[in-house]
Design a protein around this ligand. Structure first.
Ligand code: NDP
Length: 338
């Protein structure tokens, strides 16, 4: 039986990645797209060969669909997810799940009560590079992990220089956009959870309205690992990377904080250096495959609703830390606390 999808949001990410990822599944079908503008819905539907274009949530949820993919601006995710869950639809929601971790927890609780699958679209867990690092660490190849460094400062393409840099009410800013991904990827690669964060943020000339376009965070994890991460919108030539340093070895991943299945991972130990090989499957296609399996009752989405709560709680704590000028605890059950 196929999974019939309704797209909530006529977005760039759906057009660039998710429509293809759904259609790459043998049992994936896109039935409808919803935009707040009927005109935009119609042209998006036509451009992307989607049979039905609607401009209200009721019309979308009333269509013949089993699941929704939510990729509207961040302030809309909560209400749209709760409505879809109430209608009995499975929900794959973009990050951040909501504007606050308290709201994200409501989404998780609602999905659990309704017995539907809720996933967070943290794509980086699906990257072969990150899975190779996760496996190497879990197999003890670097000994006991001690520290990690994440380089994730990019240049926001002109076409995306809209709500992300000008609308606090839409959940703009680099922390809700990129720090959430770093939180999730650190958790996944290390197999560990953060307990505390300290952050500095900046407005380096691109973001306005009080929003930050750069952040540097220092993290402490349950095991005692410490990490640093750099997120940004304004650096054209920085490149991305992810390193984990352990008692018996270090992992150096380059060009891996990206939407594409690219980059490299080097393992350095007393035995010398070795390039790790990994699969190059499209990240979003893998995410969808796992989501479809979860609908069939086989396992979980690659990033669950709870994972989305973790990443949003971490981002919230980073913003709070930057504001207060001190370290903030991360507790996904309670939110963040100074
Ligand atoms: P876009 O700005 O492309 O789309 C967001 C909303 O903006 C759309 O839902 C649409 O509203 C509106 N919009 C888009 N184009 C126009 C236009 N030409 N005129 C007027 N309104 C327009 O956002 P993104 O695709 O970059 O991001 C959407 C969500 O996905 C966010 O939550 C973001 O955090 C997340 N994201 C996740 C990524 C990942 O890899 N996991 C990568 C990129 C984004 P309407 O639907 O009402 O037409």
């Amino acid at each position: 039986m196929s999974v019939r999808w309704g797209l909530i949001g006529a977005s760039t990410i759906a057009r660039q990645f998710m429509i293809n990822a759904i259609r790459a599944q043998a049992d994936g079908e896109i039935t409808a797209v919803m935009s707040s503008s009927q005109e935009r819905a119609a042209s998006y539907a036509q451009e992307n060969n989607i049979p039905l274009a609607v401009s209200t949530l009721d019309a979308l949820l009333g269509a013949d669909i089993d699941a929704v993919y939510i990729s509207t601006t961040n302030e809309l995710h909560l209400e749209q997810a709760l409505a879809a869950i109430k209608a009995g639809k499975h929900v794959l929601c973009e990050k951040p799940l909501a504007l606050t971790s308290a709201d994200a927890r409501k989404m998780v609780a609602a999905a659990k009560a309704a017995g539907v699958v809720l996933g967070t679209n943290h794509h980086l867990r699906n990257a072969g590079a990150h899975r190779a690092m996760h496996e190497a660490i879990a197999a003890g190849r670097i000994g006991k992990p001690v520290a990690a460094r994440v380089f994730h400062s990019v240049y926001l393409p002109e076409s995306l220089q809209g709500w992300r840099i000008s609308k606090p009410e839409a959940g703009g800013g680099v922390v809700l956009d990129i720090t959430v991904h770093d939180a999730d990827t650190l958790r996944f690669v290390l197999g560990d959870d953060p307990v505390e964060i300290s952050a500095f943020t900046q407005s380096a000339g691109m973001a306005n309205s009080g929003l930050e376009d750069g952040a540097m965070c220092i993290w402490r994890f349950k095991s005692g690992v410490i990490a640093q991460s750099h997120e940004g919108f304004t650096t054209k030539f920085a490149g991305t990377g992810f390193e984990v340093h352990g008692s018996e070895g270090s992992l150096f991943a380059s060009n891996v904080m990206t939407q594409k299945p690219v980059g490299s991972v080097l393992l350095r130990t007393a035995q010398g250096e070795q390039e790790l090989s990994f699969d190059r499957e499209d990240l979003y296609t893998r995410s969808l495959r796992q989501f479809h399996a979860a609908i069939r009752g086989e396992g979980q989405p690659s990033a669950t609703g709870e994972d989305g709560v973790w990443s949003l709680t971490s981002a919230e704590a980073a913003l709070q830390s930057a504001k207060l000028g001190k370290a903030v605890a991360i507790d996904p059950k309670l939110g963040s606390a100074a």
